[in-house]
Design a protein around this ligand. Structure first.
Ligand code: NDP
Length: 443
């Protein structure tokens, strides 16, 4: 058995009940097999055994009080996976599905994604099974303050810098920043995605969605294509999806479908983004409200958003939302390119189907790296105590995404995986981290 395969079997045996983590580890280790077989130094130094084990995983109780005076208790987590190339960095997710296995998958992916940005940031992820949906602002504040009362011990601008993710937007980051400042007395950029008046970066809110589309634009250009008049389906209607829609539309594309976890909308005229922003960013309501703005559009709770024919698919909701069966429908309907806005939204079977059908497919660790890259630019601005303009940040973001695509593509070709962006991203992301680990000795 090859070294990479051997380590994968150990991951599966030693981390029972964590299917998403197994899935992420399998994808990375399968890509790395040829590289590590050719370079025994990685095996000799146990790099794979070490990279699949988090540096530490912190779990804690988060007690808070609801509006009726009842005490509630949630689980809080921070998985600090690897800091070989910089301080830990990765978002906080607040969603009832959160558990240790999901955060390990996300933290593991984050190591390679952060490395691909070319910036000095390590990999981590955290969060809680708390559901902010349907909670009042006071309840969310009570939870965030309690969460940070424990987490503050483990984070800091040079140690571990969290950010937003599903369920964590400007409101939650503001409450967490306030509590950290109150407890520590420090005014520092220990978290990114901050509001503009207190250290946030222009273009951070837009960065993941814009970055995704910049990367796909570069990919299409490599085949003599562009977004002009292309039909685009973007799943989700959260931070990533909204700004992917915005940039794709600016480039001439037409986004015809979006969704939330209850259902999906189809608008042949092109989904009205102002309406989606009003429903999701302002009113925090369900996507079905869209029919109040565009009565001729359709809303469905059955079927799948992936039944909608499109040229470009940008799955931007959550993990494993697009399975092999949906991939086959997309292929039959003529999809030419798929870019993962979310983390691991396509199952292993879906990725294989796209690749064997010749559909251009870019995995999340490359395609959605614009968010964390811009978070790192926020850290830089905080350290400099300066703020760049929107245009400066946006231009740096675009260049980073172009570099990621080129690096991924040339690495894939160099190691015999021409056109396979999954393998290219895994190998390119791994090499920088592994070489830093070799330099640091056995730690
Ligand atoms: P948000 O919470 O802002 O939005 C998530 C969206 O996905 C919501 O519209 C949500 O609907 C929908 N959704 C969640 N689960 C499902 C489901 N099972 N089926 C259909 N729709 C669903 O999160 P983000 O936009 O920030 O994150 C989306 C993805 O992108 C995640 O995988 C995240 O890890 C990844 N990501 C985010 C980055 C960022 O900067 N924000 C950076 C890199 C990756 P509902 O409201 O009903 O729950």
């Amino acid at each position: 058995m090859s070294y990479a395969n051997d380590v994968l079997q150990h991951v599966i045996e030693r981390n029972p009940g964590e299917p998403e983590f197994h899935q992420a580890a399998r994808e990375v280790l399968e890509s790395l097999a040829p590289l590590v077989d050719k370079n025994p130094v990685y095996h000799k130094n146990g790099i794979l055994e070490r990279i699949v084990e988090p540096d530490r995983a912190i779990m804690f109780r988060v007690p808070w009080i609801d509006d009726s005076g009842h005490i509630k208790v949630n689980k809080g987590y921070r998985v600090q996976f690897n800091n070989a190339i910089g301080p830990y960095k990765g978002g906080l997710r607040l969603h009832p599905s959160v558990n240790l296995g999901i955060l390990k998958f996300l933290g593991f992916e984050q190591i390679f994604k952060n490395s691909l940005t070319g910036l000095p940031i390590g990999g981590a992820k955290g969060g809680s099974d708390f559901d902010p949906k349907g909670k009042s602002d006071t309840e969310v504040m009570s939870f965030c303050q309690s969460f940070m009362t424990e987490l503050y011990r483990y984070v800091g601008k040079d140690m571990d810098v969290p950010a937003g993710d599903i369920g964590v937007g400007a409101r939650e980051i503001g409450f967490m920043f306030g509590q950290y400042k109150r407890i520590t007395g420090l005014y520092e950029g220990f978290i990114t995605g901050k509001g503009l008046p207190y250290g946030g970066s222009l273009a951070r809110k837009e960065a993941t969605g814009y970055g995704l589309v910049y990367l796909m634009e570069e990919l299409l250009a490599s085949k003599g294509m562009d977004f002009q008049d292309k039909r685009v389906v973007v799943s989700g209607s959260g931070n990533v999806a909204i700004y992917a829609h915005e940039k794709a539309t600016q480039l001439g594309g037409k986004v015809v479908a979006m969704c939330d976890s209850n259902g999906w909308i189809y608008d042949e005229e092109g989904v009205d983004l102002d309406a989606v922003k009003q429903i999701k960013e302002v009113e925090r309501k369900r996507i079905k409200e869209y029919l109040n703005y565009r009565p001729k559009a359709e809303y469905h709770e059955d079927g799948s958003i992936w039944d909608v024919p499109c040229d470009i698919a940008l799955p931007s909701a959550t993990q494993n939302e697009l399975c092999a069966e949906y991939a086959k429908v997309l292929i039959k309907n003529g999809v030419v390119a798929v870019g993962e806005g979310a983390n691991m939204p396509c199952t292993h079977g879906a990725v294989a189907a796209f690749q064997s059908a010749g559909v251009m497919f870019v995995p999340g660790k490359a395609a959605n790296a614009g968010g964390v890259a811009t978070s790192a630019l926020e850290m830089t601005q905080n350290s400099m105590r300066l703020s760049w303009t929107f245009a400066e940040v946006d231009q740096k973001l675009k260049q980073i995404m172009i570099n990621i695509l080129r690096n991924t593509s040339t690495t894939a070709e160099k190691y015999g995986f021409k056109g396979n962006f999954v393998a290219g991203a895994n190998i390119a992301g791994f090499m920088k981290v592994a070489d830093a680990m070799l330099a640091h000795g056995l730690v």
